[in-house]
Design a protein around this ligand. Structure first.
Ligand SMILES: [Zn+2]
Length: 381
């Protein structure tokens, strides 16, 4: 069977367009048949097997707001088939949890290997890793009993692109909680800057920004060996207002660590949409063949053309363990034509503008439920 997840070129939209629609309908049918809550949800919108089979455009596929998953856990496979779970990194009590089965992880592996190839992550040269984030608690596809933040998994996964000589974490796991370990990170950076082994740093942009700003203020400069890399992931979350623009960030990375801009990468993804978006040399998130992005009008929820801002609706047929084929984030964004970037990647790219603060208006589970329903009803009008 043809798979888009093991397709060689992760941006070959042209050759995979029909296959994507075919796969997402197949995925929707699977969840319809295997997840009762999902079936009830889409049936309330008038979807049955026949109507699902008759879908001709992605816009027709109902979406579920991410906030819904913070209050409901939806699984389409039995518990014993889940190999691992990931939770969102929200600091409040409400977090999404998504379980992954083997077929999902297999597809994810195909995605990671070709995205890693196109964006030059794979290397046989060993390196030191510094993770400006949570320590990984178990094996990569660890025990399903261990709930873990998706970002911790992503960061740990990142340490396999090149052989790891060491892994240092800014947030260490200790007695059931995480403790800040920045002094150790600084010590390691100083130590590594004296050697010749490349260092790969991965972390939340705001952690990196705080650390580098503090180092600069303290007069600590650690030019890292050639081939070192800085990768940002996890987005800016609640720190949008303190957001440093990318130029400031790259200048800081260059000044404190001597890592050039072309060795800086950024990832984008969400626990409810675990697709690996990696920025291009011009720092744009081109949309890979594994997913599609529909921008919807904030009021009418109708799809808007490229270049127009709106709510970000993310679609992928990657996950068989949970019905997250079409999710509505609380991010505002714009999809731009590939030609606006000009880096050579033929796929359009997604620009995230910020967050709309949907959580503010959905304070309890019942509220969220009503919100989901009214939102979906709006959509089918
Ligand atoms: Zn580009």
């Amino acid at each position: 069977m043809r798979s888009i997840f093991w397709h060689k070129n992760p941006y070959d939209l042209e050759k995979t367009e029909n296959l994507f629609l075919e796969k997402i309908i197949e995925n929707m049918l699977f969840h319809y048949e295997n997840c009762q809550e999902y079936r009830e949800l889409v049936e309330s919108l008038g979807f049955g097997t026949e109507r699902i089979r008759a879908i001709t455009s992605l816009e027709e596929i109902p979406f579920i707001p991410t906030v819904y998953f913070k209050h409901h856990r939806l699984d389409s496979v039995p518990e014993h088939k889940l190999l691992t779970r990931a939770t969102s990194s929200g600091t409040s009590g409400n977090k999404s949890m998504i379980g992954y089965d083997f077929p999902t992880l297999w597809r994810a592996l195909g995605m990671v290997q070709s995205i890693g190839k196109v964006h030059h992550f794979w290397s046989i040269r060993p390196c030191h890793y510094i993770i400006l984030g949570y320590e990984h608690k178990g094996f990569l596809w660890g025990s399903p009993r261990i709930e873990e933040k998706a970002v911790a998994k992503t960061a740990y996964g990142f340490t396999f692109f090149a052989p790891a000589l060491s892994r240092t974490y800014a947030l260490k796991y200790k007695d059931g909680d995480y403790v800040l370990n920045l002094e150790e990170v600084k010590k390691k950076l100083l130590q590594f800057s004296k050697g010749s082994t490349p260092v790969r740093i991965m972390g939340f942009p705001f952690h990196a920004y705080w650390l580098l700003t503090a180092m600069k203020e303290e007069g600590i400069f650690c030019p890292l060996p050639k081939g070192s890399m800085m990768a940002f992931g996890g987005g800016w979350k609640q720190y949008y207002t303190q957001r440093a623009d990318k130029e400031t960030m790259y200048a800081l990375v260059k000044e404190v660590l001597d890592i050039p801009e072309n060795m800086c990468r950024e990832f984008f993804g969400a626990v409810e949409h675990p697709i690996l978006y990696c920025d291009c040399p011009k720092h744009h998130f081109h949309i890979p063949i594994y997913s599609r992005v529909i921008i919807r009008d904030v009021d009418t929820l109708e799809p808007v053309p490229h270049g127009t801002p709106g709510l970000v609706n993310l679609l992928t047929p990657m996950i068989s363990s949970a019905p997250i084929l079409s999710i509505m984030t609380d991010d505002l964004g714009i999809v731009h034509d590939a030609s606006e970037c000009g880096c050579g990647i033929p796929a359009p790219y997604l620009e995230i503008l910020g967050r709309v603060g949907m959580e503010d208006i959905t304070t309890c589970a019942a509220g969220a439920q009503r919100y989901v329903q009214s939102m979906m009803m709006e959509d089918v009008k």
